[in-house]
Design a protein around this ligand. Structure first.
Ligand SMILES: [Zn+2]
Length: 209
């Protein structure tokens, strides 16, 4: 059944009319095939679950060492923040700031903003300033590079293992799970469904006033 709402494909600017979808279905642009929106009845709940999981994994990932390196009797364990601090102490503050921003600050902001948006909604409440949180996610997402960090880390570990004994610690596994949790939270975040829920709560609040 056609609704009256119109939308624009963000890839080719074609003006289209929204249609209702079956659960699990997706709407494609008739010209370029771009996915316009999906019908994910449980998308917001799953996104909240993965975001909360990501928050717990983020704490574990940064509280414990990533690897322990043992070379000629010298043992060294380091966390992500220790590594950024070491870069700063070694006189390369720009790299230290980049590592801190892309692997700690931006992922933390993204996870917190997701929880800020989704947790109140789960209890039928609207978070104050939720449009700011939306913009914040849009801003920080391109700068959150846990995947790039993990790729570089795994390459470094494989090269270092030829020179020293490298023992993976709990934070390494936690970072890998964190990477999947953040991706799953974003993949299940149904923007269209979110705004529909916001409209529904606003109407309910309006009726109650
Ligand atoms: Zn299109």
């Amino acid at each position: 059944m056609d609704s009256k709402a119109l939308l624009v494909c963000d890839q080719c600017d074609l003006l289209l009319r929204e249609v209702q979808l079956e659960p699990g279905g997706k709407a494609l642009c008739s010209r370029c095939g771009n996915v316009l929106y999906r019908c994910q009845p449980d998308g917001l709940r799953l996104s909240l679950i993965f975001s909360l999981t990501a928050a717990a994994l983020f704490l574990i990932s940064n509280a414990f060492p990533i690897v322990t390196i043992d070379s000629q009797g010298l043992t060294n364990s380091t966390t992500l923040l220790d590594a950024a601090e070491r870069l700063f102490d070694d006189g390369i503050p720009s790299i230290a700031a980049l590592v801190f921003a892309t692997t700690f600050l931006m992922p933390a902001l993204e996870i917190m903003a997701m929880i800020y948006l989704l947790l109140p909604l789960h209890f039928e409440k609207l978070p104050p300033g939720f449009s700011v949180a939306f913009r914040l996610i849009h801003f920080v997402k391109p700068w959150a590079m846990i995947e790039v960090f993990m790729l570089g880390l795994l390459v470094t570990i494989s090269k270092l293992s030829a020179l020293a004994s490298v023992v993976p610690n709990i934070a390494l596994g936690s970072f890998i799970l964190l990477m999947f949790s953040v991706t799953a939270a974003a993949a299940n975040f149904d923007r269209r469904g979110y705004w529909e829920r916001v409209d529904g709560i606003k109407k309910l609040q309006g009726q109650l006033c």
